[in-house]
Write a new protein. Sequence first.
Length: 518
Amino acid sequence: MIEKMPELLSKLPQFLGGHMVLTASALAIGLLVSLPLGIFASGRPRLAEWVLGVAGVIQTVPSLALLALMVPLLGQIGFVPAFVALTLYSILPILANTVIGIRGVDPVLMEAARGLGMSGRQMLYRVQLPLAAPVIIGGVRTATVLVVGTATLVTPVGGRSLGNYIFAGLESLNHVSTIFGCVLAALLAVVLDQLIHQLELAAKRRSRVNACVGAAGLVLVFAGSLSYPIMNSLDWKGQPVVIASAPFTEQHILNEALSMHLAKSGFLTDQRFGTSEGVQFEALFRSKVDCIVNYSGNIWYIVMKRTEPPTNRQTVLLEIQRYMSKERGVLCLGSLGFENAYAFAMTRKRAEEGKIRTIADLARTAGQARQAGQKRLRVGGDLQFFARPEWRTVKAAYGFKDDWVETIEMDPTLMYEAAVKDKLDAIVAYTSDGRIPVFDLMLLADPKHVLPPYDAVVLLSPKAARNPELVEALRPLLGRISRDEMREANRHVDLEEWTHRRAAEDLLNAVAAKPMAQ
């Protein structure tokens, strides 16, 4: 655990800084919107019911769904969709407490204020708001805890926060990273909650001491946390190349490899780890991300919406390059040299006992088991495979029936271990995964060539494609990484607890040792 702390701490300024930028900006705008709206609506019951209802509906939308929805609506990734979603989440607690606090002022005091000849504005500022302040600040406390917690979920839309620790840890079973991120987020929420509580007490007790403690503490926390992003923005050295990667080990390694390779060529980079693939494509098409590595089979089925199985790797690559250039303005630079395809896999022992060597054998075994009254075959896959066209094509080609197979969707990091422990009969593995040889898994042949090729290809956005220096800087990586080298890099991270950066550096050293293709 101790040996992992230096790397975790090295990323703390940017992750904590990003988290606090989101929190501060969302709360500030939420307060600016909610407080005036709450004051205006408090004297208008019908309007108050309507605005609280709308805010309540927004609050019921799941956090990740709202964040993901902001990407296509705003055409952005990273800060903007995260900021808008968090601002919307902050509104209800502040708005509701503002309305409740103002309505809760004793009518006798209001009558007394009128008797003294106060105008409506004077009553608001001298009577209602001071008396409602503790309740309103209580709403700010609730909103703060809510925003701090929700901000940990912005990683899939390209945001930067303490959630990067959590997502990275979950993807690679790095429990230290997961716990580190959770503890920091919880501590931040508790600290901010208690400091705002001091302001709440100050409003109740009219205490300057509480007000000074709360205000000074908030200034120190925000100033310390925001120092990195502020200094980083002042030290502007040009437009960085934005590199996004999906939420699994191989993508993290390739993100680091691209970043280090481009840095040697004089480019600044902005790395976005753990971004969902749908968000990546959306951002790439809009030039909000400059460079990603994705896979030919993904593009064939998901982006191009092709339904027929592809013929061969080279044909697929050429068609992808033509489509992406013509329809999206994206440059498919070429393959890195390896393929990370879907493949059905079993432990060698189980495969040999059942005489299973192909997907056809697996289908035959599943059918025979059901005819004999035995349990269905348990097949594990990642969280999307069984909803993808590949699974429908496999079922049709090899005759799988729904009642022959029990499909189990699970995190890929847990899937391989479940197969080894005989909790699953077969899994849908990734062919470049380093756990395949270590766990002695046997990849089943696909004699009908139903599963498409999944070459790792470098994609550049329309904007990045117009940068010849960037294009030429990336070309030396094409065709230089073998499947075995990628497997080895993945194995180092998944099983030997290497950092992604260390594995990427080792991978680049292997590439540099190879002679350049003529």
